[in-house]
Design a protein around this ligand. Sequence first.
Ligand SMILES: C[S@@+](CC[C@H](N)C(=O)[O-])C[C@H]1O[C@@H](n2cnc3c(N)ncnc32)[C@H](O)[C@@H]1O
Length: 295
Amino acid sequence: MTAADAKARRGRGSDTAHQGEYALTWSDFDSIRDTLYAHAGIVLDETKVPLVYSRLAKRLRGLGMASFRDYCALLVSGEGGDERQRMMAALTTNVTRFFREPHHFDYLRTTVLPPLLERAARGASVRIWSAGCSMGQEPYSIAFTILSMMPTAPSRDIRILATDIDPNVIATARAAEYADDLVGEIAPDIRRKFLRKSATNPGSWIVDDAARELIRFNELNLMEPWPMKRTFDVLFCRNVVIYFNEETQAKLWGRYADVLAPGGSLFIGHSERISGPATSAFETVGLTAYRKVRA
Ligand SMILES: C[S@@+](CC[C@H](N)C(=O)[O-])C[C@H]1O[C@@H](n2cnc3c(N)ncnc32)[C@H](O)[C@@H]1O
């Protein structure tokens, strides 16, 4: 489709997509949208123009740039790597919560973890992946669930890999410090056991070492090759693929089927569904909860 066709199809009335301190043209918007899609698989439609403008105008100010045209030239240039990273971080949605979609944690506690922890008690390894972990609330909720069932878990071969494309959220997750209002989402008994008030920062809480020891945080773009060599017993990828198109989602489900051990569990977001050829690799075991079928 040519640029003219695209413009006609979307009924773009003028060249300007958004006018503020800087002019954002449709051509700038398309360039940003294409760069984000090429690097992160994230699809932006035109309802996201105000979001793109408000989040990236800050980058233009920070860089002392005069126009979105200059900014887009930097993004696609050989020197644009760092800025592409910052652009992705600025445009991704990082909303998350402790024990979000609590039915997943109930199922994890009652059905998935008992045999896995029994196995770990006998010396076997257990591997869990939180893909698109944002600021860490998801992997810490998994760790709290494990520790409430097996306090000795850090001395067993149990590990949670927690990854995200955005280095800022990974840094926040590693710091393991959360404000009062975020920690208020955790049941009081879990909070008492696994977090403590910060001594230096009133109004915030620090996750205890036991939970931190279970988790390895790493940057990882799901669109790129994955360095992990072994399979996972449990995979959380919730509220991430919602930003990808059908084709990207279908490929990702296939890759998840490949890295899950037979009988392994996959938890996805409330508005997401497994699609494409990988559908037959999974059986539904609950609301947006799946098990990889044994060969
Ligand atoms: C809405 S948050 C979901 C956090 C958590 N899983 C939950 O459900 O609460 C989506 C996360 O996916 C990450 N993400 C988006 N595209 C990604 C990609 N291509 N590779 C890895 N992470 C990505 C974002 O940086 C963001 O932190």
